[in-house]
Design a protein around this ligand. Structure first.
Ligand SMILES: Cc1cc2nc3c(=O)[nH]c(=O)nc-3n(C[C@H](O)[C@H](O)[C@H](O)COP(=O)(O)OP(=O)(O)OC[C@H]3O[C@@H](n4cnc5c(N)ncnc54)[C@H](O)[C@@H]3O)c2cc1C
Length: 277
């Protein structure tokens, strides 16, 4: 099936993109890598959209140091995230997540901003930024706005971004010496969305554990984090299984996903302990 688009315009900068959105009478959709939006249009899940192409806006791509944080432009592509040396050194969780995302062709086009704005509950980057404690930077008609990752994901495919706001960048804290990052997931085939997955960060201040494909939004598993801080892996697994809300579908039952989350957590703990030993 072919997509049904209501028009196309390429934005030259962020103010131009907002101007095009304001003039679109509600039909405007920002187009970044197109790997989710165009797929949805091809399936006619979305029709008559006025595509506002933001993919060529200068200054919204790449990774830069910003004091104790890294600033990642929203248009940075998945493949660039995977090979960026600053991310490899200071936020390896994001680098490691890339190999789990789809296939090379999609990773060459898809952008981190698109993945976050799309907010698929099975996607990897949303859970990564939760575990890292990232801040999302948006720009809209009222100016700039910073949104903590914990307040960003509201429901399936729904975020705190307004329709006329552009996600411009994401900033993450640089890892402190000795900090450990692990991502674990299970998918039926390489490149498929995860049946369930999790991200574990161990800092001197404590553990941060996020879970994806285990409910309508990725969550921080706070009960399990407390048990991990106390050094009790069994209690962490039990708490994790209790605090997620997986659903059953054609891929897996809720109870299988709940079981899997515990298995993945034990693997993540073993990897972190193995790396430290
Ligand atoms: C076959 C297939 C398999 C996939 N498997 C995975 C997977 O395993 N894991 C995974 O995480 N993803 C997967 N994806 C999705 C992929 O990662 C997409 O690239 C990503 O979800 C969307 O990024 P994009 O840049 O292509 O966004 P687009 O498709 O261009 O846009 C997606 C949505 O975000 C909005 N948007 C985009 N950028 C911005 C911005 N800067 N500000 C505000 N709104 C914005 C758009 O308006 C649209 O609503 C898969 C996709 C396909 C087609």
């Amino acid at each position: 099936m072919k997509a049904s688009a209501g028009g196309y315009a390429r934005a030259v900068d962020v103010p131009h993109a907002l101007e095009l959105m304001a003039g679109s009478e509600g039909a405007g959709r920002f187009l970044a890598g197109g790997q989710s939006l165009i797929a949805a249009m091809n399936m006619r899940l979305s029709e008559g959209d006025m595509l506002i192409d933001i993919s060529k806006i200068p200054g919204l791509s790449g990774v830069a140091e910003d004091g104790e944080r890294l600033r990642i432009g929203a248009l940075t592509r998945h493949a660039e995230i995977g090979r960026d040396p600053l991310l490899r050194q200071h936020a390896p969780l994001l680098s490691d997540a890339v190999r789990f995302i789809a296939h090379a062709a999609i990773r060459n086009r898809g952008t981190i901003g698109g993945a976050l704005a799309h907010a698929d509950p099975a996607a990897e980057f949303p859970a990564c930024i939760l575990a890292l404690g990232a801040t999302l930077h948006a720009h809209g008609p009222d100016g700039d706005r910073d949104i903590p990752a914990e307040a960003f994901f509201e429901d399936v495919f729904t975020t705190a971004l307004a329709e006329d706001e552009i996600l411009t960048a994401i900033s993450v804290p640089k890892a402190e010496p000795g900090e450990r990052h692990v991502i674990e997931e299970m998918a039926r085939r390489s490149g498929d969305y995860a049946l369930t997955g999790l991200c574990l960060v161990r800092r001197s201040a404590g553990h941060r554990l996020s879970v994806f494909s285990a409910g309508p939004v990725p969550i921080l598993a706070k009960g399990a984090m407390t048990a991990l801080d106390a050094g009790d892996a069994d209690a962490a697994v039990e708490a994790l299984r209790a605090e997620i809300e997986p659903s059953s579908d054609t891929q897996a039952t809720a109870s299988y996903r709940r079981h899997l989350a515990g298995v993945l957590l034990r693997r993540a703990i073993a990897r972190i302990e193995g790396e430290t030993a």
